[in-house]
Design a protein around this ligand. Structure first.
Ligand code: FAD
Ligand code: NAP
Length: 343
């Protein structure tokens, strides 16, 4: 079937910040052939391409020039299964949480801590999604992706994705160059709960029945719902800033000035600061100007009160960055990717 290219398409319902945004051209693709055709069309019409999944980690400006390709492909297939593990190949357009629900319902271990993260399977490796003490890199075997310029399909091994904290090669050296089509996950069939994250450990401490991936998933959902705003009710893009990773000596200096500052180990000779804590201490938690706000239960989450635009969100973000810089001499870096924002 011919692809349906739609001009001047409204993306307000396709980004969880719910900011008004018009795509100059929009097409939804469900198969590799459709993706190939959409990329060929963009090349032949000299259109810039934006790849869209669930729109939960983007800030969209009023007008996105070029072609927005919406990844809608579905499908979960078994690649290999042994007594102890299973490898699943999953299409990029699958909704992440629905995939997690599928895995925990089958008793597979590995994704339960990543329950209720909005978005799609294809976007999960882009920033190496993480929550409650695990990162998706721990269960990704490989992924297949299409080179946007050549249309050639390439398999990236786990190592080839260069995963680091909320980061991958697709946000660094290969930013904007590949479209993820399928991701392969290896999950365990033998119990391996990961309960090192305090809030989760606490929640399951009194559970008397045997822990299952499904039960842990339910607790993760409960904790998340108690603290993080549901984007369908209060539009947001999750954590708006990355937790800063800094040298130990910087953290030591900060600790001497701010003894209660949370500091967590990171890889190398580095430590992780909590961006939400810094914003909170700078006095912004609960800020609300009627247009945009800072979530009262987690200062890392910026919210759209209904009629906010990307400009309003980014202007608030700039104020937070400037204030945290001035008070702590720490530079906050935005987590979501932005598109269509004038220079
Ligand atoms: P989009 O927002 O559509 O896209 C994000 C980026 O990835 C864009 O640059 C886009 O071009 C690119 N992209 C998307 N799909 C593809 C593809 N198939 N191929 C190539 N590039 C692609 N993140 C966490 O890590 N942990 C959390 O716990 C977490 N919690 C969240 C809670 C809330 C309430 C919200 C709103 C967000 C949260 N996030 C979290 C952020 C977000 O959900 C994840 O980053 C998610 O993986 C984004 O998926 P998406 O499909 O919505 O991506
Ligand atoms: P939280 O429990 O209030 O913790 C605040 C911050 O402290 C988190 O960012 C977390 O880092 C860090 N932290 C807490 N305990 C830690 C530990 N034992 N070891 C290492 N780091 C620790 O966080 P929250 O806002 O409720 O979120 C819960 C989880 O969901 C977190 O893992 C968070 O990353 C994830 N989340 C992510 C997004 C997003 O958009 N990226 C949005 C919502 C929630 P980490 O972030 O590194 O875990």
């Amino acid at each position: 079937m011919a692809l349906l290219f739609i001009p001047e398409f409204n993306l307000q319902a396709f980004n969880t910040l719910a900011v008004p945004a018009i795509a100059e051209n929009y097409v939804a693709v469900t198969t590799k052939a459709e993706l190939d055709a959409a990329l060929t069309y963009a090349r032949s019409h000299n259109l810039a391409v934006m790849i869209l999944g669930g729109g939960s980690n983007v800030v969209l400006g009023a007008y996105i020039k070029g072609l927005v390709i919406h990844m809608r492909g579905q499908g979960i297939s078994v690649v290999e299964e042994t007594e102890h593990a299973i490898e699943l190949k999953v299409a990029a357009g699958e909704v992440w949480h629905e995939f997690v629900e599928y895995t925990v319902a089958h008793g597979y271990w590995g994704l339960e801590n990543l329950s209720l993260i909005p978005g799609t399977v294809g976007a999960a490796p882009i920033q190496n999604i993480g929550a409650y003490g695990i990162e998706v890199k721990e269960v990704i075997v490989e992924l297949s992706a299409i080179n946007r310029a050549t249309g050639i399909e390439v398999t990236f091994s786990n190592e080839g994705c260069d995963f680091t904290y909320r980061n991958s090669i697709f946000k660094q050296a290969l930013a904007g160059q590949y479209v993820v089509l399928f991701v392969n996950f290896r999950l365990s069939k033998t119990p391996c709960p990961r309960l090192n994250y305090p809030a989760l450990a606490e929640a399951v401490a009194t559970v008397r029945e045997p822990l299952t991936p499904e039960l842990i998933s339910q607790y993760v959902c409960e904790i998340r719902r108690s603290k993080l705003p549901d984007p369908t009710v209060i539009p947001n893009a999750g954590s708006f800033f990355k937790n800063p990773i800094v040298d130990c000596h910087i953290a030591d200096q900060l600790r001497s000035q701010f003894p209660t500052m949370p500091i967590y180990p990171a890889s190398g000779n580095k430590v992780k600061l909590a961006a939400g804590w810094l914003i909170d201490q700078a006095g912004w938690r609960g800020f609300d100007n009627g247009i945009v706000g800072v979530h009262p239960k987690q200062a890392l989450v910026l919210t759209n009160k209904g009629r906010g635009t990307a400009k309003d969100i980014l202007s608030l973000a700039d104020s937070l960055v400037a204030d945290v810089q001035q008070k702590f001499n720490v530079t906050l870096e935005m987590e979501p990717d932005s598109y269509g924002i004038p220079e």
